[in-house]
Ligand binder design. Structure first.
Ligand SMILES: *Cc1c(COP(=O)(O)O)cnc(C)c1O
Length: 423
C-alpha cells in the first residue's frame, strides 16, 4: 500500500473502508458537541449503541418473570451462555467448548493456576515476561506463596537486553530451554500492556511443551485485537477481559480458554461451584461435584446476566463485521499510523519520539507506545486539550491504539497533524 500523508488520502481510505458504517454503531465521546479522537480501545473499548437495550431486556425479563426468568421468556437466562461461546471462540481461534465466559481476568488467572500450576519436586518454576501487568505479577507472587514457595526463587522473569525495550523471542525460548527440568509453567501475555509487543504465542507454547511445562497466556490486550489460533497452537489455557478490544463495558465479564485435551483429565485440581455442575441435573442439588463437559465445567458462580447482555451486544458486532474484514482494516489503519508517525519523526530536526512498540507487523497489534524523549507530559496535555484521547504511563510513555471497528483513517491523519502542530 502506498500511503500518503494528506487529508484527501485519509478520506479516500475511509470511503473505501468496508467497515466504515460500523463506527455509527458506537457512542463516540464528545466534548462541547465535538467528537473526540478516541484512541483508547486498548484500555476501555467504546460503548455499542445496542448495549443499553440489551441490558434493558435482562431487566425486563427480571420484572416479567422474577426467578422464573431463568427458564421462561424468549431469552431464558439458563441458556444465555450458549449464545456467547460461539462468537467468542471464533475471535480467539478455539472450539466453542474450549471457551467459557465467567468471572474476571485476575480471578480467572488464579483459577487456572489452581488447575495448571502444580509445583512438584524440582519442577516448581514459572517463566514469565519482566514488567507484566501489575495484577498478573501480584497474582503470580501470591499464588506461589500459597504453595509455600518463595516468589523470588520461583518466578523467572525474561528481561529485555540492555538498551532494548522489548524481549527477544530467542531469549524467551532459550530461558525455557535452560530451565527445562525445573519449569512447571510458562505464562506470558499475548501483548505486553506497556510496550505493545506481541509475543510469539505458538513458539512459546511449543518450547514450553518441549520442556515438559504448561503454557498459559493472558490475552487482555490480544483478544479482539490480533489473530489468535489457541486450539491449533496447542495453548493449554488462556484468560482475557472483554472491556478492552472487546467493547463489553467497564468491569465486563471475562473469559477463559481451556484446550480440549485437558477436559477429561480428572487429575487436574479445580475449585468447583454449582454453576460448573452438570447443567441437566444441577437443580437436583445432589452431593458430589459432577462437572459440565468442556471448559464450562470450570464455572463456579451464577453469572451476571446483565454483563452477559453487554458482552453479547458487543460480540454481535464482531460477528457482523467479520474477522477477515476487521483484520484487514486493523492492518491498514495501523500501518497508516506508523507511516505517518515515522514520517513526522524522520522530518523533525530534533528527535522527540522513540517507538518502543516493535514496528514489524508480526510483533504488534493496534497499540503504539511512544517514549517521549522530551516534553512528554506537556505534549500529552496538549493532545488532550485538542480532543485526542490517548494515555500517559509514567515516567514518559504515551500509548494509543486506533481500532478497526470505530476509528477512521481521517482520525489517524488528524491525530498526527495535531501532534505535528504541538511539536
Ligand atoms: C487489563 C489487564 C488486567 C486487568 O485485570 P482485571 O482482573 O480485569 O482487573 C490484567 N492483566 C493484564 C495483562 C491486563 O492488560
Amino acid at each position: 500500500m502506498n500511503f500518503e500523508n494528506s487529508l484527501r488520502f485519509a478520506k479516500e481510505m475511509d470511503d473505501n473502508d468496508p467497515l466504515k458504517l460500523f463506527r455509527k454503531e458506537f457512542i463516540i465521546p464528545s466534548v462541547n458537541g465535538k467528537e473526540q479522537i478516541y484512541f483508547l480501545g486498548n484500555s476501555l473499548g467504546l460503548q455499542p449503541k445496542k448495549t443499553e437495550n440489551a441490558i434493558k431486556e435482562v431487566l425486563n425479563q427480571w420484572s416479567a418473570y422474577g426467578v422464573e426468568g431463568f427458564f421462561k421468556g424468549d431469552k431464558p437466562w439458563l441458556y444465555a451462555h450458549d449464545k456467547l461461546t460461539k462468537p467468542l471462540a471464533a475471535i480467539v481461534g478455539a472450539l466453542p467448548h474450549e471457551v467459557v465466559v465467567m468471572n474476571q481476568l485476575t480471578v480467572n488467572l488464579h483459577l487456572m493456576l489452581v488447575s495448571f500450576y502444580k509445583p512438584q519436586g524440582e519442577r516448581i518454576k514459572i517463566i514469565c515476561e519482566a514488567k507484566a501487568f501489575p495484577s498478573d505479577q501480584y497474582m503470580l507472587e501470591t499464588h506461589v506463596r500459597h504453595h509455600t514457595l518463595n516468589p523470588r526463587e520461583t518466578i523467572i522473569e525474561v528481561q529485555p537486553r540492555n538498551g532494548e525495550h522489548t524481549i527477544r523471542t530467542e531469549d524467551i525460548l532459550n530461558t525455557i530451554e535452560k530451565h527445562k527440568d525445573e519449569t512447571a509453567l510458562v505464562l506470558f501475555s499475548g501483548i505486553n500492556y506497556y510496550t505493545g509487543q506481541l509475543f510469539d504465542i505458538a513458539a512459546i507454547t511449543e518450547a514450553a511443551h518441549k520442556a515438559g511445562a504448561v503454557a498459559g497466556f493472558d490475552l487482555a490486550h490480544a483478544a479482539g485485537n490480533i489473530d489468535l489460533s489457541l486450539h491449533k497452537w496447542n495453548v493449554d489455557f488462556a484468560c482475557w477481559c472483554s472491556y478492552k478490544y472487546l467493547n463489553s463495558g467497564p468491569g465486563a465479564i471475562g473469559a477463559v480458554f481451556i484446550h480440549e485435551k485437558h477436559h477429561e483429565d480428572h487429575s487436574l485440581s479445580r475449585f468447583a461451584g454449582w454453576w460448573g455442575y452438570d447443567q441437566a441435573t444441577r437443580f437436583k442439588m445432589d452431593k458430589g461435584f459432577k462437572p459440565m463437559k468442556g471448559a464450562e465445567g470450570w464455572q463456579l458462580s451464577t453469572p451476571s446476566f446483565i454483563l452477559y447482555a453487554s458482552h453479547k451486544a458487543a460480540l454481535e458486532i464482531f460477528e457482523r463485521a467479520g474477522w477477515e474484514r476487521i483484520r484487514t482494516k486493523r492492518s491498514l489503519l495501523n500501518n497508516y499510523l506508523w507511516y505517518s508517525l515515522k514520517n513526522l519523526n524522520d522530518t523533525a530536526s530534533d528527535k522527540i519520539i522513540e517507538f518502543i512498540t516493535p514496528d514489524s507487523e508480526k510483533e504488534r497489534g493496534c497499540q503504539v507506545s511512544m517514549l517521549m524523549l522530551k516534553r512528554g507530559r506537556e505534549i500529552f496535555n496538549e493532545l488532550e486539550r485538542n480532543g485526542v484521547m490517548v494515555d500517559w504511563r509514567e515516567p514518559d510513555v504515551i500509548r494509543l491504539a486506533p481500532v478497526p471497528l470505530y476509528n477512521s483513517f481521517e482520525e489517524v491523519w488528524k491525530f498526527v497533524d495535531i501532534l505535528k502542530g504541538i511539536l
